[in-house]
Design a protein around this ligand. Structure first.
Ligand SMILES: NC(=O)c1ccc[n+]([C@@H]2O[C@H](COP(=O)([O-])OP(=O)(O)OC[C@H]3O[C@@H](n4cnc5c(N)ncnc54)[C@H](O)[C@@H]3O)[C@@H](O)[C@H]2O)c1
Length: 487
């Protein structure tokens, strides 16, 4: 049953609508020669769904049609429908309890899942069983049990699951894949990868639903799924075993006291020490945050500005992981959520040389109109150092918009009917989605037990994803050129 949109629309502030409407700025629609459009419904109408909604209503409107919107929070669903109506498209909204009804009434070809991470499996499985293909945001899911349900439903239904790993599509990361595929550094024996979150974006995970593992699986799943997927894809390898340690030592009540506060409080909005706190967030001051969250918290009691130092947080802020791949390659990875800058450094150690690559990301807060994962000016470095000989710096491939241009390239691949073949195999399905989250599941398990985890023990019927051929550990390698004085 469709809810009464008009009653919610009346409650929206003009400023909030202006802020949300601004996400509908488009280039020319992408032409469609196929003569058909696919029908899409979206479940989860928070911050991230706006990218898909804008794409369907804008650049890809010749390929795609938005037929339904669903959320547990009727206010947010109505807000989204209002933006669609302003773009000339009437879209019915449904509350979460009526998801199956939405699918039956609106008959989507594809359901896009952009809800809280721990609820993805439910909508993926229900959509598949109702005969729809699925596009899901990362992480595909948060536990091994939920992953198993998805693998089983995919096989049972014969429909498709696509996991939107947008980082694969960003030009400088595709360029790294291109260099690795070319064999310039030979086959890769080990990888050193360090991801840094700063105290703006990093701290924000500790304010929201992400701060509890039951919602997000912790940062090993919610955030590191991007990073583990990049390595799985860069290497074209399947993760086999994991050891890890993790702790929370920065976003804690003790740190609040070390920063001179009397302790954690419930939320920024009512905080008695807001003037003293460098982590204060003013939801009312940012029109987009206000419209999405503050104006709708009376529906579900979800506070977007909870104290980052509160005791009830149960995710880690400091994590170290070692992964062994089926190819024999090993990965050493760290994630710290309280750093001075945001981005990463990675090095691939190959039999012919080393590829060093780093990216500095721009300051960002989710739910605002800032560009997510945008790359700072001059923030990309990609260099190959052969075993013997001078280093070579690469001119980075570039793109604009979210995730360094990755979001736009991803949207082309998703929405354009019959997209061109992709030599980098950036499209991922449930097998790639599982490969990435199972590293995080294993790391979480190892945090508790201290014991190594074999990924094959976590799920059954998990097949190797389709990935590009890469140099192997059996290929001949040219003898390094002797240095002038030998050795
Ligand atoms: N690929 C990326 O770069 C990227 C970036 C941001 C978010 N994401 C992913 O997108 C998803 C949504 O994140 P977000 O930032 O939009 O969060 P959000 O909190 O802004 O939105 C989540 C929405 O889901 C709704 N919801 C919660 N439980 C639900 C349920 N059981 N049924 C229906 N709706 C429900 C909430 O009411 C909310 O509107 C997450 O899985 C997140 O990991 C991906």
């Amino acid at each position: 049953m469709s809810s009464d949109r008009r009653s919610f629309v009346k409650t929206l502030s003009a400023a909030g609508l202006a802020a949300l409407g601004s996400s509908l700025a488009h280039a020319e629609p992408v032409p469609n020669k196929s003569g058909k459009r696919l029908r899409y419904a979206i479940v989860g109408t928070g911050h991230r769904h706006r990218m898909y909604r804008s794409a369907i209503l804008g650049d890809y409107k010749e390929h795609a049609e938005l037929v339904g919107l669903c959320d547990i929070n009727p206010g947010r669903a109505a807000l989204s429908a209002k933006v669609a109506a302003d773009a000339g498209v009437k879209v019915p909204t449904y509350v979460a309890a009526d998801f199956d009804t939405m699918v039956k009434e609106t008959k989507p070809d594809v359901v896009i899942v952009t809800t809280v991470d721990a609820t993805h499996d439910d909508y993926i499985v229900r959509s598949l069983d109702l005969g729809c293909d699925v596009i899901t945001e990362k992480p595909m899911t948060t536990t091994a049990e939920k992953c198993q349900r998805i693998l089983d439903a995919k096989k049972r239904s014969g429909k498709t699951v696509r996991v939107t790993f947008n980082y694969r599509y960003s030009p400088p990361r595709t360029q790294v894949k291109d260099i690795l595929m070319s064999g310039e550094i030979g086959d890769i024996l080990s990888v050193d990868f360090h991801w840094l979150l700063n105290t703006t974006h990093g701290a924000d995970y500790f304010r929201r639903w992400h701060a509890n593992k039951k919602n997000s699986g912790g940062l090993m799943i919610h955030k590191a799924t991007h990073h583990f997927d990049l390595v799985n894809w860069w290497l074209s390898a399947q993760p086999a075993s994991v050891v890890a340690v993790g702790k929370r030592e920065f976003y804690t009540p003790a740190m609040a006291k070390r920063f001179g506060l009397s302790g954690p409080h419930e939320r920024c909005r009512t905080c008695p020490e807001k003037d003293k706190c460098g982590f204060f967030m003013d939801l009312a001051a940012e029109p987009s945050l206000k419209a999405l969250y503050l104006d709708n918290e009376h529906h579900d009691g979800y506070f977007r500005d909870r104290c980052v130092f509160r005791d009830s947080i149960d995710i880690e802020d400091t994590m170290n992981v070692i992964v062994k791949y089926d190819t024999g390659t090993t990965l050493s990875y760290s994630l710290n959520a309280f750093n001075a800058w945001e981005g990463y450094q990675i090095a691939f150690n190959g039999t012919k040389g080393r590829l060093e690559h780093s990216i500095v990301e721009q300051i960002y807060t989710a739910g605002t109109n800032q560009v997510q994962g945008g790359i700072a000016e001059g923030g990309v470095k990609t260099r190959v150092i052969p075993l013997r000989g001078p280093a070579k710096d690469y001119q980075p491939w570039t793109g604009t918009g979210g995730h360094g241009g990755g979001d736009k390239a991803l949207l082309d691949d998703i929405f354009v009917i019959n997209p061109p073949a992709d030599k980098y195999q950036r499209n991922s399905d449930e097998r790639g989605g599982a490969a990435s989250i199972l590293i995080g599941v294993a790391a979480n398990q190892c945090f508790e037990t201290g014991q190594p985890v074999q990924l094959a023990s976590l799920v059954q019927g998990w097949d190797r994803p389709a990935l590009t051929p890469m140099p192997t550990h059996l290929d001949p390698v040219p003898m390094p050129v002797r240095r002038p004085r030998g050795g």
